[in-house]
Design a protein around this ligand. Structure first.
Ligand code: PLP
Length: 395
């Protein structure tokens, strides 16, 4: 075989993604873009905020000498300081540039963290339903993903189940809040309980378990809810995030990781992470984007517009008989599949020109995901198709 057996196997296991994409393309060719309702991708439909365009224009008008050169692998000191200042404000914890590394998106940050901490065969607990790439990222660095379900009714953390899944090989617990695909936010109390669990294990036998908080949706929270900052709640924590969603810049690959200054070994971790960022071939996060996001740490796209789309879909789909947890943030809905077989349901939806992702793709069969980061008009146009789908699915 011309490629590694493992990669060939990963491709074939995720071939449903390609098949869905191809089916979407076929429907678009046959019926036209306007008549196909694509809710598959978490690719924001909105443009970055005006403040981003202004930074971009200002930099283009006044280019800085050397602004396209290599830099310290961790990123520009002023960008890292701006991120640290924002995190210090949010967490109340004294954080500086030395606790921050700029990365190629949250995906890049996750790979850097996992490479830094994992020995071969060590386990990373992931919480179902989980972001589809987690298993591949963990495997990239010789780790073993250990899926643990969240509460089936609420998708909130099941602390007992997590505690039971911890073994001597557990190196990290990977959480995501607001969650992709469920949209739930984990409240401070349950994060604090998780913090107690890892602290207890550490005290018992010196076994350090990192809690990696993947939070690219942290600024997309609804109904006035706040996403609790993890640093005061869990000592051995690392934040990985990006501006892919909050500034609508997924193609620009700009994000960061930040380690909790309260960890005894934080500087050792940071040295490892700077090295990993380098040898994974990222070298450093994109220079231009680092400059642009430096002054945008309090900016975000229009959250009210996302909330409006959530409200519209929740209202209309609930009226049709779909059952779902109402999301607190991000831009996904994760309703129960009306058919026991969620893949069959997604195929049925395609008949109605609605493109969805089956829950099986997130380690959670029996559900399906709607990504509503699409134009409101697409949602409105899709409503009769949803009604037809609900009827055919027996709701
Ligand atoms: N983590 C989660 C939960 C995501 O949903 C995504 C992207 O959709 C990522 C990480 C990767 O984000 P980035 O584009 O910043 O690499």
């Amino acid at each position: 075989m011309a490629i590694a057996t493992k990669i060939a196997s990963h491709i074939s296991k995720s071939s449903w993604i390609r098949r869905m994409f191809e089916e979407g393309e076929r429907l678009r060719r046959e019926f036209g873009d306007e008549s196909v309702y694509d809710f598959t991708l978490g690719n924001p439909d909105v443009e970055p905020p005006q403040a981003f365009q202004e930074e971009l224009l200002a930099l283009a008008r006044n280019p800085l000498p050397g602004m396209h050169r290599y830099m310290n692998n961790a990123g520009y000191p002023e960008t890292r300081a701006a991120v640290a200042a924002k995190l210090a404000r949010d967490s109340g914890i004294d954080l500086t540039a030395e606790h921050v590394i700029m990365t190629c998106g949250a995906g890049g940050a996750l790979n850097v963290v996992l490479k830094t901490i994992l020995n071969p065969g060590e386990e990373v607990i992931i919480l179902a339903p989980y972001f589809v790439e987690y298993k591949f990222y963990i495997d990239n660095h010789g780790g073993v993903p250990v899926p643990v379900w969240t509460d089936h009714q609420t998708f909130q953390l099941d602390i007992e189940a997590i505690e039971q899944a911890i073994t001597l090989k557990t190196r990290a617990i990977l959480i995501c809040s607001p969650n992709n695909p469920t949209g739930v936010i984990y409240p401070a109390e349950s994060l604090a309980r998780l913090g107690e669990v890892v602290k207890k294990v550490h005290k018992r036998n010196g076994h350090l378990i990192y809690v990696i908080s993947d939070e690219p949706y942290a600024r997309i929270a609804y109904d006035g809810k706040q996403v609790p900052n993890i640093f005061p709640l869990i000592e051995s924590s690392v934040i990985v995030t990006s501006h892919s969603k909050d500034l609508a810049l997924p193609g620009e690959r700009i994000g960061y990781l930040a380690a909790n200054p309260r960890m005894d070994t934080v500087m050792q971790f940071m040295a490892g992470a700077v090295f990993s960022n380098r040898v994974l071939g990222f070298v450093n996060a994109p220079a231009l984007m680092q400059r642009l996001v430096t002054n945008l740490q309090d900016e975000s796209v229009d959250i009210a517009a996302y909330q409006d789309k959530r409200d519209l879909l929740v209202r209309e789909l609930t009226a049709l008989g779909f059952k779902m947890v109402i999301p607190d943030g991000a831009f996904y809905l994760f309703p129960q599949s009306p058919l026991a077989d969620d893949v069959a349901f997604v195929k049925l939806a395609q008949k109605h020109h609605i493109l969805l992702v089956p829950g099986a793709g997130f380690g959670a069969p029996g559900f399906f995901r709607i990504a509503y980061c699409v134009d409101r008009a697409v949602i409105e146009r899709s409503l009769p198709a949803w009604a037809g789908l609900a009827q055919e699915a027996g709701l």
